[in-house]
Each structure stands twice: as C-alpha cells, then as structure tokens.
Design a protein around this ligand. Structure first.
Ligand code: BDR
Ligand code: CA
Length: 313
C-alpha cells in the first residue's frame, strides 16, 4: 500500500513532538505533506518554533512547517504551560531552529493542499485545538468533501475532563472550531482521554527510549520525564499519557486500537460544561454516528512501536 498522505496540525507540546517524530520515522506508512502549527499548549510563536525544533532533531529540514491561527475562532486563548513548561517543550536543551517557516499561512496551505491533491487522499491529523482546520473549512467549504478523514486527539467521555471537570484541553480551547469539525461530515476517528489514559509511560518504557543511545531517543526520554511529573501528581498514576502519538500510531497499527462508531457532539454553551464531548457511547440519542470514538489501546504494542520507530531516527 502507498503511504497515507497526512497533514499534522499541532501545538507542540512534548507529546505532539513524539507524534511528529513517530510520523517522520515511518515513511513506509506515512507521508507528511506538511505540519501546520496552531496556538494551544503555548502561544503560536512557540508552537511554530517547537515544530521546527522537532523536524531538525529528526534531520528533516525539508518538511514544510506553516504558522497558523494565533487564537481560537471566538474566544481568548487558554494555554497549558503548567503541563508543558514555559516553552511548551521543556525538558532537554535543544538548539533554536535554523530552518525557516514555510511562507504563507497554515490555513491557506490546508486549503491549497486539499484543492490540489486528488479528492479523498489526504488525512488530517489534529493534535491541538481545531482552530486551523475549522477556519479552513469555514473559509473554503469546497475542501470539506475532499478530506479523506480526520484522526484527532481530543475529547473524553468516561474520563470527562483534564482542563475543566468536564472538558479535555484541545476541545476546550476552541469549542466552536471543534463543533464545526464534528459536524462537518468528514469521517472522524477520535482519540479521547479515555484511550490516552491507558497509554501511560512507566520507568521501563521511558528507559527504553533512553537506551536507544541516540540524540532523538534521549530527547524523547527527557521530554517524557518532564511531562510525567504533572500527571503523576495530578492523577497519582505511575506515569503520564502520551496522548498525541496515539493518532499517528493508529495510522500505522490500527489493530492496536478499538472503539465504537457513535454520535459525538461538542458543548459550546454549557454553564459548567463548555468544551465537553457528549459521546453517545450507549447509543441513546438517536443521532447519527459521526465518529469512531476510541476507548482501548494495546499499551505494550503501542510503546513497542514507539521505541522501534524512534530508534530509526
Ligand atoms: C492534549 O492537550 C495537550 O496538552 C496535549 O498535547 C494533548 O494534545 C491532551 O489533553
Ligand atoms: Ca497537543
């Protein structure tokens, strides 16, 4: 099979960084057409910087990185330095990027790519707030039917929320954008907290990255060390979820994941529940399914895949 052609839309973030590395390490399965940065974990100048740091770490200065929207569609930006640190990529000390940003706005790149590539061939992989994707859909409705599918990290049902008691961060930051995407009719595969909280790091799993003995392996271990401290304190868990790599791992090894095809809508006006993904897991709403909502992952298989692929870089 030819590699799946994807655009990674991202707000790096240590777990976004690992997701990007996993994609770049998997050319037989995945061709990265471009990376679009969005404001999220940290403001846009930092996410656009961090995406390039990751490409350079992987030796892939040829990958085009575009800067996109610097704020949600209709709300002020909420960031997550308390999780990811001041730069968004705290942990190892890595050089400032030397590769330039690709010229033009990420939203224009998304529109242009979807208009020029054959219909039904491009998969969008959002790893942050859905602002860039929704803005492209709103501005160019003709591209919506040309998207093959969207595989995204965001939302929660059984785990409810991580940034508020009822909302997951990526959806909470721009619920209007998420609402537009979830109602777009594009086939969706969703990696919610319900699934990512089952893909937890452990000492052995982090040491497997460090033991690769490469600069990339060390960076992944140090990012994970940094990222872990927050979740361990918050949840009292043994490790931290590597949320965003689940999206890319799904494209490579879908059999590691399972879920249900159900209806999912996004709350945009809740008094306490804005940004909640109302997932009709029990199929009681009568609303048509619009998303493959994942719930389980073979964590051993997931971490084995990660270590094997990161070891290629
Ligand atoms: C999501 O929010 C960010 O902090 C992570 O990068 C991930 O995309 C998890 O809620
Ligand atoms: Ca992210």
């Amino acid at each position: 099979m030819p590699p799946r052609r994807i655009v990674i839309d991202t707000d790096p973030g240590q777990d976004d960084a690992v997701a990007i590395l996993l994609a770049l390490a998997s050319p037989d399965e995945i061709e990265v057409l471009g990376i679009t940065a969005v404001a999220g974990n940290v403001p846009l100048p930092l996410t656009a910087r961090n995406a390039r740091i990751v490409c350079e770490l992987a030796g892939r200065t040829d990958v085009r990185v575009f800067a996109g929207c610097d704020a949600p569609m209709s709300r002020p930006l909420v960031t997550a330095e308390h999780v990811h640190g001041k730069t968004g990529l705290d942990g190892p000390v890595l050089p400032e990027p030397t590769m330039p940003l690709a010229p033009g706005h990420a939203v224009d790149f998304l529109i242009e790519t979807l208009r020029t590539e054959p219909p039904g061939t491009v998969t969008l992989c959002p790893l942050g707030p859905l602002t860039n994707i929704a803005t492209a859909f709103a501005r160019a409705p003709d591209i919506v039917g040309r998207v093959r599918d969207i595989v995204l990290m965001g939302g929660a049902y059984f785990e409810v929320g991580n940034i508020t008691p009822s909302a997951e961060f990526n959806i909470y930051v721009d619920p209007e954008a998420a609402d537009l995407v979830f109602r777009s009719g594009v086939p969706l595969t969703v990696m919610p907290l319900d699934l990512t909280h089952k893909a937890l790091t452990s000492r052995d799993r982090v040491e497997a990255f460090r033991a690769l003995g490469t600069p990339v392996g060390r960076a992944v271990a140090e990012w994970t060390d940094f990222f872990e401290r927050f979740d361990k304190e918050k949840y009292g868990s043994a490790g931290a979820p590597l949320h965003d790599p689940c999206v890319i791992a799904y494209l490579i090894r879908p059999e590691l994941f399972s879920g249900r095809h159900i209806n999912v809508v996004v709350e945009t006006e809740g008094r306490y529940t804005t940004g909640m993904t109302v997932a009709d897991w029990w199929r009681v709403s009568g609303r048509d399914p619009n998303a493959q909502f994942m719930r389980d992952v073979d964590a051993e298989g997931f971490f084995a895949l990660l270590a094997e692929r990161i070891g290629r870089l």
